[in-house]
Write a protein that binds this ligand. Structure first.
Ligand code: AMP
Length: 481
């Protein structure tokens, strides 16, 4: 964190209000570097790790600069995974909440028609994976003619996943008169070439000290035989008794085994791996975020980019074979100045992987003793007490920012020729309500959603019960979704 504060940047009040609620008091290092340059429309290549606050580094200036009135998307953010697309969309929605910024996520495995419908609405920012974004371009359901900002997030991962060609094809569809920002944890040659080819005198920013592998995380390693891992895992969780914990395994099969074992032992746990349906993956991620369970057993699917507040401990049940993966996994804890712990189980034959990780992170990971029987017994009562209660999520940013917002459902839309201005005109006339209290409006064929801010939802529901919109009587209710 730096001592400059956000007042420095002359951001609009609606953005500052969101930052206050998100408790972003001081910009992180990457934000100090990126925000002023982005506000000046400078092309940027930013080498920074996940967990450094990079989403807000581009999110804050983009949300600030978006012209609310324009209908077609002004910013396109490309991400390598669906989970990250959803995460970035949520972050941008939070930052732009009081400016009524509409960010839409598009990614594979979700019905195309649903996204097509969403893209017909006013959308300021589109966040998506390259494949699905390309589909929308080809089927002419995404208008890119007004794109002023392109952000390529986790560019090195795009490369690993074989998406670079697709990214390039998308770039060719964009107006050349745009600002481009590339974020990447590492800068392999192909990423550099891409930047060189498609950017205008980009400024290079390198943030090496992100606090991911240093300072805020206590890194430990325990040597253990493969067949003793499960019992060690239980002992460690009893002794550490974490509020929340991600257990990373190398394969789906290991995830299944560990999950079954923990479930059998009554741990509040869920599992996540690429073999699950997309919907289930989102449900598990959301459940973990909102505190439905304490232990998440996962493959590297959960390691990148996903922002879960306050994961107390990351356990590497298997040593990651790729050194970068160690950084991404352990980056789930100790985020944004919080303290965290990362414990890695290594079998006697895995020394070479551990050394390769240590070379990469540039320090030696301290060893940790296997907890003694006495230690486990001493900690068991506290562990059992915590297990019997629900996990308390201390810092759910989205819930905080949405606290005073109610989504209303109206029983009419396009087919009744109703437009957003009709809602604004009618609702802003209710005594005690102004246009400032109206958030994002989405109009479908036969129904519409209107977000009401500042705790005025019930006032609006009451008043709208008897008030027509554009001369039409609509049913109004609080939306379930
Ligand atoms: P990211 O690197 O974008 O995944 O962000 C890492 C975490 O830092 C997320 O939980 C953000 O919500 C949080 N964060 C971003 N900027 C700030 C800030 N200025 N102050 C506190 N937390 C922040």
């Amino acid at each position: 964190m730096s001592k400059t504060n956000f007042e420095h940047y002359n951001l609009s009040d609606v953005i500052r209000k969101a930052l206050d609620l998100l408790k972003y008091d001081f910009p992180t290092k990457v934000q100090v570097e990126v925000i002023p340059k982005a506000l000046k429309n400078q092309d940027l290549v930013v080498k920074s790790q996940t967990g450094s606050g990079k989403t807000a580094a581009f999110g804050i200036p983009i949300c600030d600069m978006i012209e609310w009135e324009e209908k077609e998307p002004q910013a396109l953010v490309l991400t390598p995974t669906r989970e990250l697309a959803v995460q970035v969309q949520e972050d941008l929605t939070n930052i732009g909440r009081f400016k009524r910024i509409k960010a839409t996520a598009v990614y594979g495995k979700e019905p195309f028609a649903k996204q097509k419908e969403e893209l017909k609405q006013k959308t300021h920012i589109v966040v998506g994976t390259p494949g699905r974004v390309m589909d929308h371009i080809e089927r002419e359901t995404l208008d890119l003619s007004n794109i002023k900002y392109l952000i390529i997030d986790e560019a090195d991962e795009m490369l690993n996943m074989g998406f670079i060609k697709k990214v390039e094809a998308i770039i060719k569809e964009l107006p050349t008169n745009r600002v481009t920002m590339v974020f990447s944890a590492t800068l392999p040659k192909d990423v550099e070439n891409l930047c060189h080819k498609h950017m205008k005198d980009p400024v290079n920013i390198e943030i090496d000290d992100t606090g991911i592998t240093t300072g805020t995380i206590d890194h430990r390693i325990i040597e253990v035989k493969q067949e003793e891992k499960l019992s060690l895992l239980k002992d460690i969780t009893i002794v550490e008794n974490p509020d929340s914990c991600i257990i990373f395994c190398r394969t789906k099969e290991h995830v299944d085994t560990v999950f079954e074992e923990l479930e059998e032992a009554n741990y509040a746990c869920e599992k996540l791996h690429g073999g699950l349906e997309q919907e289930d993956r989102f449900a598990v991620m959301n459940g973990f975020k909102t505190g439905n369970f304490r232990y998440l057993v996962a493959t590297d699917v959960a390691a990148r980019g996903i922002d879960i507040d306050n994961v107390t401990i990351v356990i590497n049940y298997d040593v990651p074979l790729e050194k970068e993966s160690y950084v991404h996994r352990t980056g789930r804890t100790g985020r944004a100045g919080n303290e965290g712990k990362a414990i890695t189980f290594a079998t006697p034959h895995e020394g070479k992987f551990v050394r390769s990780i240590e070379n990469y992170i540039d320090f030696e990971i301290s060893t940790m003793e296997v907890p003694s029987k006495q230690e486990v017994a001493k900690n068991r009562p506290a562990f059992e007490e915590k297990s019997s209660g629900r996990r308390i999520v201390k810092n759910n940013k989205t819930a905080r920012i949405n606290k005073d917002i109610v989504k209303l459902h109206f029983s009419g839309g396009k087919k009744k020729k109703i437009r957003a201005v009709d809602f604004v005109g009618t609702i802003a006339k209710i005594p005690g309500v102004t246009a400032e209290d109206i958030g994002i409006i989405t109009i479908h064929d036969n129904f519409s959603y209107v977000d009401i801010l500042n705790g005025k939802g019930s006032l609006v529901v009451q008043a709208m019960d008897n008030t027509p919109v554009k001369g039409k009587k609509l049913k109004v209710s609080t939306a379930i979704k």
